[in-house]
Design a protein around this ligand. Sequence first.
Ligand code: DUC
Ligand code: ZN
Ligand code: ZN
Ligand code: ZN
Length: 484
Amino acid sequence: MTTTIIKNGTIVTHDLTYRADVRVDGGKITEIGANLSGGTELDATGCYVMPGGIDPHTHLEMPFMGTYSADDFESGTRAALAGGTTMVIDFALPSPGQGLLDALQMWSNKSTRAHCDYSYHMAITWWSQQVFDEMKEVTDRGITSFKHFLAYKGALMVNDDELFASFRRLRDLGGLAMVHAENGDVVAELSAKLLADGNSGPEGHAYSRPPQVEGEATNRAIMIADMAGVPLYVVHTSCEDSHEAIRRARQQGKRVYGEPLIQHLTLDESEYFNADWDHAARRVMSPPFRNKMHQDSLWAGLSAGSLSVVATDHCAFTTDQKRFGAGDFTKIPNGTGGLEDRMPMLWTYGVMTGRITMNEFVAVTSTNVAKIFGMYPRKGAISVGSDADIVVWDPAKSKTISAKHQQSAIDYNVFEGKAVTGLPRYTLTRGRVAVNDGAIIGAEGHGEFVPRAANGPVNTALSAWKDLTAPRPIQRSGIPASGV
Ligand code: DUC
Ligand code: ZN
Ligand code: ZN
Ligand code: ZN
């Protein structure tokens, strides 16, 4: 069994900052204390020793819009480790009509080359007795979160009756409901109108998905989740309209979580309007980038605690793939990368600017994710018994982000030219050093599937929730005789 000692660093967790060394044996943290010795030593002088990042929102090698996202589990998890992220949660995405277990097998086949640990969310893209039945087996296998698309009409979108049925099933299984919240009917109408009016460029994508479509769908999903009595996680919260709905729900005691992406926090809508076609198309994702007012709202939500997680929705397409949409923005594959850049960008634009503290940084990149998705303290913690997924973070190390030096398989980077300060000196995946002073040491196949717990009894005491589907008999007299 290999022993590693991380020496002379400052441990930063979601709630504590203190000086101590960390001993790692066989992939687990076995001791935390002063002056540890007896193993391979990693020097953390001047560094913060933090739980490795967990990105709960990636799409690796995903079939989508007539192609496949370009980063697979090999290049995607290599990029993750390079940026200090030690676990990803991807989405198993059944095509409508396909069984959940069948889709899960497909995704399990894709992930065998992963460099770091991983899990999946299951997507509910259609509804049937088979889907209802298989949700139990999926949950029993440790996949306890289920995503629903309220957008992508005619493809992945589910209607409200399907959403309500699935949410009720999740309540009974102790699952977590997730939504991509954009009103797909309105998006389809706006897109058709824009195209008919001759607006076929990538900026049409942004015009077709205004903040209101996200605000409406977020409110709707929150109300439906509340009627079903299930906790809700809203992916890629990009605007005040959606954030406001989440904030209000939380203030009412509803268990609702919001997830801004690092892209929405740091890039704005001018990327679509003041740019050549390729530049704009490379940034086409759903939801699109917003204006500064929405960005300020997201940052405020992170510091106030109304937004819980920073993710990437990493779904990278090459320039050639983006060009499928030349002449029709609705055919540009939706998605951007970010796995390698999430942690350095958030450190630079969040911690160094004083918008969030170091401890909040750990919370939103790692610990909150582990807690919300049922794997704390195995993940998301620097504590004895936890997996040794650790990043030794050097706050003095800087670089300028460039596609030339990235791990991702695509030919550009949406953060190209951004100067970041704060990078991994070492990244450890279950005790194995995968980044050593900036050099990436591949660990292909090292990643393991991490099963996750279902919710315990969820405290609904503060919520307005009552079981609206339960029979509520009343005593009534004087019922008139029916029809003559
Ligand atoms: N949004 C994207 O931009 N890409 C993948 C799926 C999604 O919802
Ligand atoms: Zn989405
Ligand atoms: Zn450009
Ligand atoms: Zn996504």
